[in-house]
Design a protein around this ligand. Structure first.
Ligand code: PLP
Length: 386
């Protein structure tokens, strides 16, 4: 096997573009100097566009979970009730964070692999009018579901004053997000998924309505106090030492998105989703989610006549290609292909071709090339152009 090649088809961490790697290799600078202020000044408008907001998108030096925790500790106080929409492992994480802080989560859970439904949320909001916030996952990475957050937010707004809090860690930057237009109050993301960066930055933006609550919320917090982060960012600064190398990379990654155009970025992810899905349909290998519920950034496959773990092992050993396994109740039952950020239709054709070999070696009879062919046809019909 070729040494020094890694093919990351995980739903995070995702591959880094060479120009982003080069940007991150720049010599270190002082974080209180003008160069850092200029860097943050360059980054702020680009991040706002990706989030679809006129609010500041705050940058924490942490993994994505810290921004989930920030969303909880800044908006809800101990003893208060919230609703957590659970469609998989990351919805559960929101509920766990709430419990850790003495907040009472009501749970509305779907079968894993299905998207959340507005009616179920409405029912809970009517049954428990004291609910202060609704926590939901945009792309549920553990199942490959894209929840219809625009519709869900609409239903919440119609029935309640509760804040709408969205975890978009595994799709923002790859999927359209219109925080302001959709009435989302808190939106969270992280660097190592569709943003084409290493782990280490977490992003969080809050609406006017949310800022009102953040300013008076009784929950103790220190590093994650968003007021400090906003006051500093408005002056192109951070309250504590930022991860400067990743910020160099972020500036470049935002430039790449700008160059391709956000519409182009979203269209590319849509085409990759359709290519992946049509390939497994042609191969006769079941997908975990329906077409309507599927995420453009990650595809979950639930094989019936070969072992998902064996396939993953073959891909890793023979092609240095990593796809993800299942989490929690889906452990060993599914595999997941990440197609987010620095991933192109050509990369996906490569992944499908290698996976076909893996499926044969794992013991299932297929017609070699039939998955690749289906994906090629989607590409040709999808009108993807450079
Ligand atoms: C990756 C991910 C997170 C954050 O995980 P970290 O490991 O803390 O970066 C949160 N939510 C979702 C949906 C994710 O995919």
């Amino acid at each position: 096997m070729l040494a020094d090649q890694q093919i990351l088809r995980l739903p995070g961490p995702s591959p880094i573009p060479p120009s982003v790697s080069r940007a991150m290799a720049q010599p270190m600078i002082g974080h209180r100097g003008q160069s850092t202020a200029d860097l943050l000044g360059d980054i702020r408008p680009g991040l706002k566009k990706v989030f679809g907001t006129s609010q500041e998108v705050l940058i924490l030096t942490a993994s994505g979970t810290a921004a989930l925790e920030a969303a909880v500790v800044n908006t809800v106080s101990p003893g208060e009730e919230v609703l957590v929409v659970v469609t998989g492992a990351f919805g559960e994480r929101f509920a766990d964070i709430c419990k850790a802080y003495g907040i009472h989560p009501h749970i509305v859970e779907t079968e894993w692999g299905k998207a959340a439904a507005a009616e179920d949320i409405t029912e809970m909001l009517q049954a428990y009018p004291a609910i202060k916030a609704v926590f939901m996952t945009y792309c549920e990475t553990s199942t490959g579901v894209l929840n219809p957050v625009k519709e869900l937010a609409e239903a919440i707004r119609k029935n309640s004053e509760a804040l709408v809090i969205v975890d978009g860690v595994s799709c923002i930057g790859g999927v359209e997000t219109k925080m302001d237009d959709w009435g989302l109050d808190i939106v969270v993301s992280g660097s190592q998924k569709a943003f084409m960066l290493p782990a280490g930055l977490a992003f969080i933006a809050a609406s006017e309505r949310a800022w009102h609550i953040i300013e008076t919320n009784r929950q103790p917090r220190f590093y994650l106090d968003l007021k400090k982060h906003r006051n500093n960012l408005l002056k192109d600064a951070t309250p504590y030492t930022p991860a400067l190398s990743i910020l160099f990379g972020l500036k470049q990654a935002l430039m790449l998105m700008e160059e391709e155009g956000l519409e182009g970025v979203y269209a590319r992810h849509q085409v990759m989703m359709k290519m992946a899905r049509s390939a497994f349909k042609a191969l006769g290998v079941p997908l975990l989610t329906s077409d309507e519920d599927a995420s453009p950034t990650v595809t979950a496959i639930r094989p019936e006549d070969f072992d998902a773990e064996e396939l993953r092992k073959i891909l890793k050993e023979e092609f240095a290609m990593e796809v993800a396994g299942g989490q929690q109740q889906l452990s060993k039952k599914i595999f997941r292909i990440g197609h987010m950020g620095y991933c192109s239709p050509a990369d996906l054709l490569q992944a499908i071709a290698a996976i076909e070999i893996g499926i044969v070696k794992a013991g299932k009879k297929i017609e070699l090339g039939s998955g690749v062919c289906a994906a090629q046809q989607v590409y040709l019909n999808g009108g993807m152009s450079r």
